[in-house]
Design a protein around this ligand. Structure first.
Ligand SMILES: [Zn+2]
Length: 321
C-alpha cells in the first residue's frame, strides 16, 4: 500500500503527494482536485472516487489535532480503489480456485464478497473525500507554530498561548466547526461572522456543487456518533437514528444522547448543521479514538480506525441510496 501507517509524521505535503500518486495509479476511477486554499496558502484537496452519478461526502481534518482520520481516509481511498479495479480478476481467480481445490476458501470468498460490495458502491456513487479540510491547523498540531509561513498569522496563533499539540482551529485561530451558518451559530467575538474562513467556504462550495445524498464528518473524541439535530423535524431525526444504529454495528461506538448535541455554553455552526438544514439529507458526526486519548494522538490508533471506518462508509452508502 502507498499510504503507509508506519510513517510517524504524516505531513500535509505527504498527504498531498499521496493524493496525486493515487490519482495517477487509479486514474480510471479517482480524480484529485483543489477546492480552495487555506489562509496560510495550502491547497484543500478533494478526491473523487467512483463512477456513480450519485454523490456522498466524507470529510475529516476539520480540527487540527485530530490527526488520525486524514491518513485513515487516504488509506480507505486506496483500499476501495484497489478492490474496485481488481474485482473482476479476484472473482475469476476464486472461480478457478473453487473448481481446482479441495481446500476451504473462506478467506478468499470473503475478500471477493467485499470487493463485490465496493464495486457496486463505486458504480452507484462517486464518493467525495476531503481528508484534510484544515491543513494549517493540522500542521500546527503536528509540528508547531513554525509550520505557519505567514508571519502575521503565526504571531496571532502564538498570542493565543495554547500548546501546539492541542490546536483545533485554523491558522487564524477560528474553529471551523463553529463557523458554518446555521440556526445555532453564535458569534464568539463581536467581529465574528459565519463562513468567514476559507476552509468553511471550500466545504460549502462542495456541498452546493454536488448536491449529495449524505455527509459524514469524521472527528476524534471518544468513539461516539452525533446523529440528533434539535433544529430539524422528527422525521429527519428518525432517519438519522436508523442510520446511526446501523453504523454502530461496525464500530461499537456510542450514540450521543439528543440533549448532549451541543455542550453546555457552546454554540452550533457545525458542518453537519449546515448540511442538514440546507439539504435535509443525512449528516452525521463520527468521533473516532478513545475518550481518554491524549494529544498528540498515538499512531497506533490508525489501524483499528481504518477497520472501523472502511465498513462505516460502505454501510452509509447502502442506507442513503
Ligand atoms: Zn473535532
Amino acid at each position: 500500500m502507498l499510504v503507509n501507517f508506519d510513517e510517524a509524521d504524516y505531513s500535509y505535503d505527504k498527504l498531498k503527494s499521496d493524493a496525486s500518486e493515487l490519482s495517477k495509479q487509479y486514474d480510471s476511477i479517482l480524480q484529485c482536485v483543489t477546492i480552495g486554499r487555506s489562509h496560510d496558502n495550502r491547497d484543500i484537496i478533494l478526491l473523487k472516487l467512483g463512477l456513480g452519478k450519485k454523490y456522498m461526502i466524507c470529510c475529516s481534518g476539520v480540527h487540527g489535532r485530530e490527526t488520525i482520520n486524514p491518513i485513515v481516509l487516504m488509506r480507505i481511498i486506496e483500499y476501495y480503489a484497489d478492490l474496485y479495479v481488481n474485482h473482476k480478476e479476484t472473482k475469476q481467480n476464486l472461480k478457478h480456485m473453487l473448481l481446482n481445490s479441495s481446500q476451504h476458501l473462506g478467506a478468499e470468498y470473503e475478500k471477493m464478497l467485499l470487493g463485490a460490495c465496493i464495486y457496486e458502491l463505486l458504480q452507484t456513487f462517486t464518493i467525495l473525500f476531503i481528508p484534510l479540510l484544515n491543513p494549517d491547523g493540522y500542521m500546527i498540531s503536528l509540528n508547531g507554530f513554525d509550520s505557519i509561513n505567514n508571519p502575521e498569522l503565526k504571531s496571532k496563533c502564538l498570542a493565543l498561548k495554547l500548546p501546539h499539540q492541542d490546536w483545533k482551529a485554523n491558522a487564524r485561530g477560528v474553529d471551523i466547526n463553529r463557523n458554518f451558518p446555521s440556526r445555532l451559530w453564535k458569534p464568539k467575538n463581536p467581529e465574528d461572522y459565519a463562513a468567514s474562513e476559507n476552509e468553511t467556504q471550500a466545504l460549502i462550495s462542495v456541498f452546493h456543487h454536488y448536491r449529495s445524498k449524505g455527509f459524514l464528518d469524521f472527528h476524534s473524541r471518544g468513539k461516539q456518533i452525533y446523529y440528533y439535530r434539535k433544529e430539524m423535524i422528527n422525521r429527519y431525526n428518525e432517519r438519522q437514528l436508523l442510520i446511526a444504529n446501523r453504523l454502530i454495528k461496525h464500530t461499537n461506538y456510542e450514540l450521543v444522547p439528543p440533549d448532549l448535541e451541543i455542550d453546555p455554553g457552546d454554540s452550533g455552526g457545525n458542518t453537519v448543521h449546515y448540511f442538514s438544514e440546507h439539504f435535509n439529507k443525512p449528516a452525521l458526526t463520527i468521533e473516532t479514538v478513545d475518550e481518554e486519548a491524549s494529544f498528540p494522538l498515538d499512531i497506533a490508533n490508525r489501524e483499528p480506525t481504518f477497520h472501523e471506518l472502511r465498513m462505516v462508509i460502505l454501510e452509509f452508502g447502502s442506507l442513503i441510496i
